[in-house]
Design a protein around this ligand. Sequence first.
Ligand code: SAH
Ligand code: SF4
Length: 348
Amino acid sequence: MALAERRAVVAGLGEPPFRAVQLSRHFFGRFTQRPEEMTDLPRASRDALAQALLPPLLTPERELSCDGGATRKTLWRLADGALVESVLMRYPDRVTMCVSSQAGCGMGCPFCATGQAGLTRNLSAAEIVAQVVAGARLLADGQVPGGPGPAHRVSNVVFMGMGEPLANYASVLAAIRRLTEPLPEGMGISQRSVTVSTVGLVPAIARLAAEGLSVTLAVSLHAPDDELRDTLVPVNRRWRVAEVLAAARDYAAATGRRVSVEYALIAGVNDQAWRAALLAELLAGRLVHVNLIPLNPTPGSTWTESRPADQREFVRRLAARRVPCTVRDTRGREIDGACGQLAASARP
Ligand code: SAH
Ligand code: SF4
């Protein structure tokens, strides 16, 4: 809910509307929804207010950590039993929360664990926001090693967990607004520090470009040619490489934001030097940044990550055309870090 709606609900409970601000500060500022911690609210109304506005939505089902505790993955059970994952990654200068936007995903990309299970349902905006607040709570409680530095609060949010965010547009948009509006309306994370990753739903990219937000767009390309992309990203049969890249270009023009192009390097499948050259050709001179992601192999798949020499050659081909490019670090491998793997392993 927006703050005005929260005020209306509070008033409906017979409480003064400013209680909505108090509750908002508890949730978005102190990261709690426990009535006993809301000592500035009258004891008699705490439970009813928290119950009405801040019902618990996520129950931790499993927690895994690595990198000395700086990477934490949580498998959450939602009220109806659906499972989703979020990952907190603490770096010296920032903390990134990777959140899920759907339980499962209907897009069917064959290299992705989430894609294998199909779509269970969309998450609500509240279920998305709650993942970020849970991470902020861990940090505030001192449960994530790294000491008090600049990175003691969630600074970045990436929609790179389970699901296709632009297939759950309304909830994702509402979640972005709550995450980025200042207290007490929302959590006060910078729009520029929010990244929406999409498989390439062209009309929704255009819609997002028109929202007047300055969030970062990431487009999961994975192949520069339609023939291969049709198999790696089945939705490519609907929106082709050229259309996706045109939408990305329009997004960059509308927002002034550099678009990320995601490319999972799969040995012998999409990592040939000629494909790197073709990708470079498509992207040269544009406001983009290529993120090469060594494939995180999913159980039951024969695909593996590219050999280091092939990765290096791929980078060289992009660099030769001055296309900015980084190879993403592979945090969280040991904890089934790739999207959907933990939920898949928890299924009977
Ligand atoms: N559905 C959105 C966002 C979630 S997936 C999308 O596809 O963009 C986030 C990123 O993880 C995408 O770039 C996706 O292609 C990538 N990904 C999925 N499975 C992977 C795997 N096994 N190894 C490496 N990257 C993977
Ligand atoms: Fe869905 Fe993204 Fe996985 Fe494709 S890569 S199945 S779009 S979550």
